[in-house]
Design a binder for this molecule. Structure first.
Ligand code: SOE
Length: 373
C-alpha cells in the first residue's frame, strides 16, 4: 500500500467542483485513515475564473487542457457538465488513471456504455458520484433491509422534486439542452432515485426489467442571461415512471424541476411484507421506520456514534448536512483507489442506471412498455 499522497486532478470548478473540493479539504481533519491527497490541478476553460477557484479551493496548479492532466495525476475527477463526461474520463482510464465522474454517467446510453467498457478494460477504479448512497440514514435503511426487517420487498416509491425552473423566465443553461445534458429532470434528478432504489433493494429484487415512462416539457424556451435572446428547452421539466423488478416488486418514480414549493425534496419509501421505511433528503438525519411489531412509523434520529460514518463527526444529536455526503463518498472512493479495491457505485452501476433512464425515454417516445433483458 503506497503512503505517497494521491495527486488529484479535478475538471470543473462550479457547483460540483466546490462540493468535492470542500470534501477533499475536510477529509484529513475528520477521517484519520483517509489517504493523503494533494489538490494538484484544477481544470477548466476560463483561465481567470479557474485561477480564482484554484486559489479558493486550495489547488496547486491550473490547466485549461484536460489532455495534459489525465495521465499526470493519480486520480482524475470529472465534475464537468454531462457532455464532457465521456471523452476525458475514457482518456484517463486508458492512461490507467482512476476516475470519479459526476452523475448521470453520460448524456446517452451509448456514451455510458463506452465509459463502462473503458472502465472494465482499464482495471482501475472508476466510480460515479451518486452521493446520496453515503447519507448515514440511507446506510441505516439498507442495513434494515439486508437484515430482513422489512420482509419481502414489494414496493419502492421515489420522488425528487425541485422548483428552480417553475418561473418561465428562469434563465437557460446547459441543463436545458439535450445535446449537453442528455435529459432534464430525468437524468439530473431521476438518476439519483434509480440509483438509490438499486442500492437499497437491488440485492433483494434484482434489476428493473419492465419499464414505462412519461416525460413532459412545460416551458419550451428560456431567456439567455445578459441578452435579449431565448433558447429552446430540449429536455424534460418532469418525468414519471412505473417499473417492475425481476422479483416482481414494483417501483414508482417521478422527478420535477417545476414543482413549486419543493427545493430539494428527494423522498424514497420502501414497503415490504413485514415493514416499511421512508427517507427524505430535506430531513436527512432522520429515517422513518415501521417494523412488524409497530402500529405506526417511528422516526429514528440517525446521529449516534454507532450509526454509519457518524463516529467521524460530532456527538449524538449534532446533525450533519448535504455536504457531508460528499466527504463520505470521497473517503470511500479514495480509500478504494489507495487499496485498489472495488468501489460502488461503479461505472457498471451507473450504466445500469442509464439503461433505466434510456428505457423511460424510449417508453415515452413509443408509448409502449419497455422490457430490459
Ligand atoms: C440540480 O438540480 C442538482 O444540483 C443536481 O444536479 C444534483 O445532482 C442534486 O444532488 C441536487 O440538485
Amino acid at each position: 500500500m503506497s503512503q505517497e499522497p494521491l495527486d488529484v486532478g479535478v475538471l470543473g470548478y462550479r457547483f460540483m467542483g466546490k462540493a468535492h473540493s470542500n470534501a477533499l479539504a475536510r477529509l484529513p481533519m475528520f477521517f484519520d485513515d483517509a489517504p493523503d491527497v494533494n489538490r494538484h490541478t484544477l481544470v477548466g476553460r476560463n483561465e481567470e475564473a479557474l485561477a480564482e477557484a484554484a486559489e479558493q479551493f486550495g489547488f496547486e496548479h491550473i490547466s485549461t487542457d484536460w489532455e495534459d492532466v489525465v495521465d499526470d495525476v493519480d486520480v482524475f475527477y470529472n465534475l464537468g457538465p454531462n457532455h464532457v463526461h465521456a471523452e476525458p474520463s475514457i482518456a484517463a482510464l486508458e492512461a490507467g488513471t482512476p476516475v470519479f465522474c459526476e452523475k448521470p454517467l453520460a448524456p446517452t446510453l451509448e456514451a455510458a456504455e463506452e465509459m463502462r467498457d473503458a472502465a472494465a478494460d482499464s482495471g482501475v477504479v472508476a466510480g460515479c458520484a451518486f452521493n446520496y448512497r453515503f447519507v448515514p440514514a440511507i446506510r441505516y435503511a439498507k442495513n434494515l433491509i439486508e437484515d430482513g426487517k422489512l420482509g419481502e420487498i414489494r414496493q419502492v416509491r421515489g420522488r425528487y422534486l425541485q422548483d428552480w425552473l417553475v418561473d418561465a423566465d428562469a434563465p437557460w443553461s446547459w441543463r436545458n439542452d439535450e445535446e449537453l445534458a442528455g435529459s432534464g429532470a430525468l437524468g439530473d434528478l431521476g438518476a439519483h432515485t434509480v440509483d438509490l432504489a438499486r442500492f437499497l433493494v437491488g440485492d433483494e429484487t434484482g434489476e428493473m426489467s419492465e419499464i414505462s415512462g412519461q416525460l413532459q416539457t412545460f416551458v419550451e424556451e428560456r431567456p439567455v442571461e445578459g441578452s435579449d435572446e431565448t433558447r429552446p428547452v430540449t429536455v424534460d421539466d418532469a418525468y414519471a415512471a412505473q417499473v417492475e423488478f425481476e422479483s416482481g416488486a414494483m417501483g414508482t418514480f417521478e422527478a420535477s424541476r417545476v414543482a413549486d414549493g419543493h427545493k430539494n425534496d428527494h423522498t424514497i419509501s420502501v414497503h415490504g411484507s413485514e415493514g416499511s421505511l421512508e427517507f427524505s433528503l430535506e430531513r436527512l438525519n432522520e429515517l422513518k421506520y415501521k417494523g412488524a411489531d409497530h402500529r405506526g412509523y417511528e422516526t429514528i434520529l440517525v446521529t449516534d456514534e454507532s450509526d454509519p460514518y457518524l463516529d467521524h463527526w460530532w456527538p449524538p444529536g449534532h446533525v450533519i448536512g448535504w455536504e457531508h455526503t460528499f466527504v463520505h463518498e470521497n473517503y470511500e472512493f479514495l480509500s478504494s483507489v489507495r487499496d485498489d479495491e472495488e468501489f460502488h457505485p461503479s461505472f457498471e452501476d451507473a450504466y445500469q442506471v442509464q439503461r433505466v433512464l434510456d428505457a423511460i425515454e424510449r417508453s415515452d417516445e413509443s408509448g409502449e412498455r419497455i422490457l430490459l433483458e
